[in-house]
Design a protein around this ligand. Structure first.
Ligand code: AGP
Length: 613
């Protein structure tokens, strides 16, 4: 939920840290702060609000230290304020700490520390960490070069919950110590300098060589060497990974907002998700998943588990999985799944969908299903994310960095990858009509071109958005896959425009929701299902007769139905229509939000990655 960044090298740390924070603001922007190792002391500057408030502070440009840590916050414990912002120092100002995560036993630790005479300035869970480090450090009378390391490692053993921390010690000015559990942390290594961050895009412009930390690891980061240890301080070796993203791909490429850039990247991201996995009429290639026909024939249930948009991707692909693989599929919300004691055994295949790979509820649900004997597959967009280290198998969407909080290209890549996975299973199981499989494959290969066509005809969407941006309620209707898209379109609209919105299975209108329809209200109808469309058309007519304004997204030639606006999209196979249908509605939400003058990339109250429950 927060973003942390660190640097140690030969350059001034402050500009590098500030630049990293600006790239991490999507993870939270209630407050921010920076500590650098100055001559014989640790500076600590922080303020409420966005990073721009931090680098406006008096004296920030006087920081000359060549190592430091920094933090941008999404408040979990303690309201957004200067005293609650990170970094936090111990009472003696010997240590400075930035932290991403939640320390669940912080109150207990705080009580122990207060009994020992420590005092606290903030109401955060994090402030216990520097004081705990100081307590262990003071007790350790072995004044060797590892005293700082031991104090941090002992502290980590006391922490329950999740943490990614960076620690400075004024008595060890040549090293930054970092550690993680259940919160992401990466180290980028350069020439006589090293970088630390919550995620890769924050420091990608400086290096392509990364170390991905695992839970429980503690690391000494010097400018010219990095020492990795496990939680018992046994040295471990780690391979460096070269990240192929280029730095600019994390920038806006000339678009006004990350969200618009990412919407327009979808022809490419879908093409790259398909990538080498699908060639004309050849078997879908998932070399990274080794599931046999015997195992798949033993599977009697598939769960698709996720949150938010990722869960909507599961809803959209469920019919295809069931139709092709002949296996019952249940789509579940991770925060519900993990607490309702789901029936899971070794005949259950659980597929977890997570763009960030860091969503706490999704990871917790995955751990639960593993404990109960299920095989687990993670679908993530972030290489080396936490979820990839928990799942039996991980397949990546290769959509490239998704920076906007509102997920767009990740959704279409997730649905594309899930469709390929369903085809892969169906080919192994040999349980589906080959002509159907070939038809879907051919249409998947045509998707990038068809997505481009949709993106070249956006004027009418923008015009209609400008007519309705002042509305207080907008409803979305659909049946089958169109209903799954209605749910996603409604989430997009509400999370960035703050307009109240709901999505209904069109057949449900008469069971209550139609009472909401009154003169002038806006209703969006999604009509692509070849079988169910006539019924949806009837439902739309019911709202029109009650005075609704209507926007229709369809791949069909509808008779004149008194619609206010009809957006025509190319046809594709009905089982993957959601990949095209969703795009005009992503733009609909985007244009409305821009018309309202809101920040489309960083909506209020939200963060890109929900790494806490
Ligand atoms: C999507 O627009 C939202 N930002 C949110 O619902 C998101 O999809 C959800 O938090 C899941 O995130 P994940 O895919 O990274 O797990």
């Amino acid at each position: 939920m927060c973003g942390i960044v660190g640097y140690i090298g030969t350059k001034k740390a402050c500009p590098i840290l500030i630049n990293g924070l600006l790239k991490l603001e999507y993870r939270g922007y209630d407050s921010s702060g920076i500590s650098t190792m100055e001559n014989g002391y640790i500076s600590n500057m922080k303020d409420k609000g966005r990073v721009k408030n931090l680098y406006a502070l008096d004296g920030i440009n006087d920081l000359i230290g060549t190592s430091g840590i920094a933090h941008t916050r999404w408040a979990t414990h303690g309201k957004p304020s200067k005293e609650n912002s990170h970094p936090h120092m111990d009472n003696s100002n010997t240590f400075s700490v930035v932290h991403n995560g939640i320390i669940e036993n912080y109150q207990e630790l705080r009580n122990v520390l207060e009994e020992k005479g420590y005092t606290f300035k903030s109401s955060t869970d994090t402030e216990t960490i520097p004081n705990l480090i100081h307590m262990y450090y003071s007790k350790d009378k072995n004044y060797d070069e590892k005293r700082f390391l031991r104090a941090v490692a002992s502290t980590c053993k006391d922490l329950k919950g999740s943490y990614a921390i960076e620690v400075l010690c004024k008595e060890y000015p040549d090293v930054v110590i970092v550690a993680r559990k259940d919160s992401p942390l990466v180290i980028g290594t350069g020439d006589n300098e090293n970088y630390i961050a919550s995620d890769i895009p924050a420091i990608l412009e400086y290096t392509k060589d990364f170390y991905l930390l695992n839970d429980g690891e503690v690391v000494e980061v010097y400018k010219d060497k990095i020492n990795f240890y496990n939680c018992n301080l046994e040295k471990i070796e780690k391979d460096v990974k070269k990240i192929e993203w280029d730095a600019t791909s994390s920038e806006k490429d000339g678009y006004p907002d990350y969200m618009l850039k990412e919407i327009y990247e979808q022809p490419r991201s879908v093409r790259e998700t398909i990538g080498a996995r699908l060639k004309n009429n050849e078997v879908v290639d998932f070399e990274d998943i080794h599931l046999t026909k015997e195992y798949l024939e033993s599977v009697n249930k598939i769960y698709l588990v996720a949150c938010g948009t990722a869960m909507h991707a599961g809803l959209a692909i469920k019919p295809m999985f069931e139709r092709l693989c002949k296996i019952p599929v249940t789509v579940d919300i991770a925060s519900e799944f993990r607490y309702r004691e789901p029936l899971i055994d070794n005949k259950t295949l659980c597929i977890y969908i997570s763009q960030s790979g860091e969503t706490a509820d999704t990871i917790a649900a995955l751990k639960l299903s593993k404990m109960q004997g299920a095989k687990t597959i993670a679908i993530s967009n972030v290489i080396g994310s936490s979820i990839s280290r928990e799942a039996d198998y991980t397949i990546y969407t290769h959509a490239g960095p998704e920076i906007a909080v509102a997920s767009t290209k990740a959704y279409t890549s997730q649905v594309t990858l899930l469709a390929l996975l369903a085809l892969h299973f169906a080919e192994i199981l040999e349980c589906s009509d080959k002509a159907l499989i070939e038809a879907i494959k051919n249409e998947l290969l045509l998707l990038p071109e068809k997505l481009q066509q949709v993106l070249e005809n956006v004027t009418e969407i923008e015009e209609f958005a400008k007519k309705v941006y002042t509305e207080h309620d907008i409803f979305f209707l659909g049946r089958g896959n169109d209903y799954a898209v209605a749910l996603e379109a409604s989430l997009k609209l509400k999370e960035i425009s703050y307009i109240h919105s709901d999505a209904y299975a069109a057949g449900e209108l008469k069971h209550g929701p139609i009472a909401l329809i009154e003169n002038g209200i806006t209703v969006v109808g999604i009509i692509t299902d070849p079988v169910l469309s006539p019924k949806t058309v009837s439902n739309i007519q019911e709202v029109i007769t009650r005075g609704a304004k209507t926007l229709i997204v369809t791949d069909q030639a509808l008779e004149n139905g008194n619609y206010d606006k009809v957006i025509k999209i190319p046809k594709t196979h009905p089982m993957i229509s959601e990949i095209l249908t969703v795009v005009p509605l992503q733009l609909f939400a985007y244009y409305i939000t821009k018309e309202k003058g809101l920040d489309v990339d960083k909506p209020r109250n939200l963060a890109k990655s929900v790494t806490v429950e």
